[in-house]
Design a protein around this ligand. Structure first.
Ligand SMILES: Cc1cc2nc3c(=O)[nH]c(=O)nc-3n(C[C@H](O)[C@H](O)[C@H](O)COP(=O)(O)OP(=O)(O)OC[C@H]3O[C@@H](n4cnc5c(N)ncnc54)[C@H](O)[C@@H]3O)c2cc1C
Length: 391
């Protein structure tokens, strides 16, 4: 597939995994990323079920396990700080501690994927696609920098607020399903003195938690508030988002203290709990992957795993279709639709936000584990051996 030039928009989890697999099948890959480098930040994320099989085929499972968050357990408190339960067997973010699933920091996974891709693909940082025109010859892309280039295919892996989706499929409002919650995630000093521990708080209208990270040197704060109506704010204006968070979180648990650290946080991430639902994930030579096409929201617990599985399936089906992108895109959807629907449904289960007892948590983890494993990967020959392609 060399000489099949593919442009991937976004160097997040989906984009980097896609670059890895397309390169391994011999496509000629360019990645454009709006940020100056793959963006760090984020809370603990999970690789579980079928996504672990993908990681196995990438040869990165040992690295994932090395980077695993080293939690001893978790507790849940109410808005006054009264403990509802505590467990040394599971965490609220990662599930059963001695199970096969891997919970790690999002930025560690980004670095790991970047290393797995190596220098074999071209990166265009600090840039973004301004326009895409398609015809029988290809997808003709103009970048915001002013450069213009043609590709056979464009993969939109640019996250929840996908630029490619907006340019090719229409406005975000056509595809978004609001789940009634906003969250902010950021790093703070370990102001609670947590020792490999996470404590979460569930209270009407406000919720979240604090989790120690990096050998207890710091914590990741995770704080959200309910809003039935979608809020109007600038996705690029981080200071305004911090203000929005501070203004909407009341005097609940330790959140007022946690929010004192938000102003200096280097890695603040804020977004609505929303899902993306689309009738089609491709149009012409353009296809969507990960959050761009089927965001499940952090409430699904499966955004990262869906991105990894989606990247494997899309690249594999394109390779199997031998250059027929319409057949490849159709097979990608056929293979992945049911898996995505089941994973997105996890965020909508009524009792997922009512984890008041250890039994509730066990039920939720059992359901998640079953759905996360519900797809069996196909073999897409001929991929190179990871030992030969990884540097
Ligand atoms: C900084 C950050 C922190 C996150 N923290 C959490 C978290 O704590 N918990 C959680 O559950 N999920 C979090 N997520 C979302 C989570 O990473 C995704 O749900 C999941 O991993 C699927 O990944 P994705 O690659 O589809 O999307 P993302 O990980 O969102 O990656 C999208 C990438 O596209 C880039 N991009 C966006 N617009 C453009 C553009 N116009 N041109 C080029 N590139 C563009 C972004 O900079 C980013 O690198 C976070 C995402 C980001 C970017």
């Amino acid at each position: 597939m060399r000489n099949t030039p593919v442009l991937i928009s976004g160097a997040g989890i989906a984009g980097l995994a896609q670059a890895y697999w397309l390169d391994r099948y011999g496509f000629d890959v360019t990645v454009v990323e709006r940020a100056a480098e793959p963006r760090p930040g984020g809370q603990a994320i999970d690789v579980r079920g079928t996504a672990l099989d993908v990681a196995e085929r990438m040869g990165i499972v040992a690295d994932l396990r090395r980077l695993k968050t080293d939690m001893r357990g978790s507790s849940l408190v109410d808005g006054t700080g009264k403990e509802l339960y505590s467990s040394t067997e599971r965490t609220l973010t990662g599930g059963v501690l001695d199970g096969p699933d891997v919970e790690l920091m999002r930025d560690d996974l980004v670095v790991l994927l970047r290393e797995a891709v190596g220098d074999r693909v071209e990166y265009l940082f600090n840039d973004s696609i301004a326009a895409i025109a398609q015809d029988e010859e290809g997808a003709h892309v103009t970048f915001e920098s002013g450069a213009a280039r043609s590709y056979d295919l464009v993969v939109g892996a640019d996250g929840l607020h996908s630029n490619v989706r907006r340019l090719v499929f229409g406005p975000e409002t056509d595809f978004i399903r609001h789940l009634g919650m906003y969250i902010g995630v950021y790093t703070a000093p370990n102001f609670l003195g947590l020792d490999r521990w996470q404590t979460f708080c569930m209270e009407d209208g406000v919720g979240g938690g604090v989790m120690s990270a990096r050998g207890n040197a710091e914590v990741r704060v995770y704080v959200g508030f309910a809003s039935e109506e979608p809020l109007d704010y600038d996705y690029q204006d981080i200071e305004a988002q911090k203000r929005l968070l501070a203004d909407n979180v009341g005097d609940v648990w330790i959140f007022p203290t946690a929010l004192k650290y938000v102003w200096d946080a280097p890695d603040f991430y804020f977004d609505a709990m929303v899902q993306i639902h689309m009738g089609r994930w491709s149009r012409g030579r353009v296809v969507l992957l990960g959050d761009a096409g089927y965001c499940g929201s952090p409430m699904s617990g499966q955004g990262t795993s869906m991105a990894l599985v989606g990247a494997y399936v899309l690249a594999g089906e394109l390779a199997a279709a031998g250059g027929d992108h319409e057949a490849g895109f159709a097979a990608y959807e056929a293979e992945l639709r049911d898996f995505v629907a089941q994973n997105q449904a996890l965020a909508l289960v009524d009792d997922r936000d009512r984890l008041e007892t250890a039994g509730d948590a066990d039920d939720a983890i059992a359901r998640l584990t079953e759905v996360a494993r519900s797809l069996t990967l196909k073999d897409y020959a001929p991929a190179g051996d990871p030992a030969n392609v990884r540097r």
